[in-house]
Ligand binder design. Structure first.
Ligand SMILES: *Cc1c(COP(=O)(O)O)cnc(C)c1O
Length: 451
């Protein structure tokens, strides 16, 4: 069928290699060229609209083409597009750093910038390793990570992650890490509370820390929600126990808030729900409201001081990216934080999250839904082959893909992870749009599980 979309699809498929995609799928699955976006809606060249229920891969916070972010980036563009951040500085990066320090847990005072989430993880990993060298403990060079964790795709970030689909093939290229079973509460025993399960699973971490403290630089975790693993969640008590144990054993704690930061879990940062302060926090995605690529690693005076020395001692952190701290990106990020403080975003989100939860929980009774779980503005519906045993559908059946295709026909961008359908919408979504989102997801579940 020839439509206004067609020429773009044809030109795209001639040269563009898409991320995280088996390109052959596009023989069957339509590629959708987007002409414009406004709020939660994307529009293609045929004028068809799609509700962006996944915030364009978890990045968008306040809708597409947001008037305030647009204006902030436009203003900055008229002043300065970019400048080297070594030896030079600019107002947006200064203001952003001040604001980040103000809203992050107390004690996180030093901001280092990169331009994507994976690079932020690389920075945190290198900094932790380098810190221990600088303070005379070079044996501490290994990293402890959770099963099913995700920290990005570059080799260091891939190494400290644990989603086998992305990792396994590259294993020969990756550094060796210590992997501890995740507190993922989908795995809890019948009748066991989330807190009890998370507490019980901590025994593995405690034991690992006790055994490896001498060679461990840091534990890296995604606080509260392991998003790429299919929005698997755990209780804040795990983070409290982890902070305590890291202190006792002299091991850094790296909190990867790249996906969960900026209000997704109900608080501005997920770590707040445990009342903890990590040694490093990694931020990206929502940092610029999903407008521009920017990431930050924010750390403590203790870490910063360990690098502060005479040049000839070679203790400096000689890491950079060409676009480190780009002014346009920082301007978008500053405006993002202003919106949070001006507009009572977190409070408004509480009502939206409640609405989303109360509607979606009706799916709990479905014979092929094992769990409907939620933390703030992240909600997941896990489809299984057998409800009683929670036996999953074989991945080869690609049940989630059926939901994806159905949703597209209904004008929604819902992009399940395996058999997990999830909502992570921009915060400008309305209650009526939430109702449509849940309705279409329910239809998708029916369709995907009917045989
Ligand atoms: C997306 C993500 C990353 C990687 O960020 P990129 O910008 O895609 O490199 C790292 N950690 C978590 C938790 C993420 O969700």
């Amino acid at each position: 069928m020839n439509t206004a979309n067609s020429p773009y699809v044809k030109r795209d498929l001639a040269h563009v290699w898409h991320p995280c995609t088996q390109m052959k799928d596009h023989e069957q699955v339509p590629l959708i060229p987007i002409r414009s976006g406004k709020g939660v809606w994307l529009e293609d060249f045929d004028g068809r609209r799609y509700m962006d229920c996944v915030s364009s891969w978890w990045v968008n916070l306040f809708g597409h083409s947001n008037a305030r972010i647009n204006a902030a980036v436009r203003d900055q563009l008229e002043k300065l597009e970019h400048v080297i951040l070594a030896g030079f500085t600019h107002e947006p990066v200064i203001e952003l750093s001040e604001r980040l320090v103000e809203v992050l847990p107390a004690g996180l005072t030093r901001c280092f910038y990169a331009d994507n989430g994976s690079s932020a993880v690389e920075v945190a990993v290198k900094m932790s390793f380098h810190y221990w060298r600088n303070v005379g403990k070079p044996a501490k060079r290994r990293f402890i990570t959770l099963s099913n964790s995700y920290h990005g795709e570059t080799l260091g970030a891939l190494a400290v992650g644990n989603v086998q689909l992305y990792k396994e093939i590259y294993q020969p290229l990756l550094m060796d890490v210590i992997t501890v079973p995740s507190p993922d509460c989908f795995e809890r025993e019948p009748g066991e509370s989330w807190a009890d399960h998370s507490r019980r699973m901590f025994a593995h971490m405690e034991e690992t820390l006790a055994r490896h403290a001498g060679e461990a630089a840091a534990v890296i975790i995604e606080p509260l929600v392991q998003c790429a693993a299919g929005m698997r969640m755990y209780d804040p008590v795990y983070l409290q126990m982890l902070r305590n144990a890291c202190d006792r054993h002299g091991v850094h704690l790296i909190a990867d808030e790249i996906a969960v930061g900026f209000g997704r879990t109900g608080t501005l940062f997920a770590c707040e729900q445990a009342g903890i302060r990590p040694d490093f926090v990694c931020l990206s995605k929502g940092l610029t409201s999903g407008y521009l690529p920017l990431s930050a690693v924010v750390t403590t005076e203790d870490v910063y001081t360990a690098f502060y020395d005479e040049y000839v001692k070679l203790n400096a952190f000689l890491h950079s990216h060409s676009f480190t701290g780009n002014p346009l990106c920082c301007a978008a990020a500053v405006e993002t934080l202003k919106i949070f403080s001006d507009d009572n975003v977190l409070e408004r989100n509480r009502a939206l999250a409640e609405h989303m939860g109360s509607l979606a929980r009706q799916l709990e009774d479905h014979p092929h839904v094992a769990e409907v779980r939620q933390r703030g503005m992240i909600l997941a519906i896990e489809m299984v082959k057998d409800k009683a045993s929670r036996a999953p559908y074989p991945w080869q059946e690609r049940r989630g893909m059926r939901v994806y295709r159905h949703a597209l026909e209904r004008g929604l961008l819902l992009r399940p992870i395996g058999s997990v359908i999830y909502f992570m919408p921009p915060y400008v979504i309305t209650p009526e749009e939430i109702e449509l989102m849940v309705t279409v997801a329910r239809e998708g579940v029916e369709l995907a599980t009917c045989d």
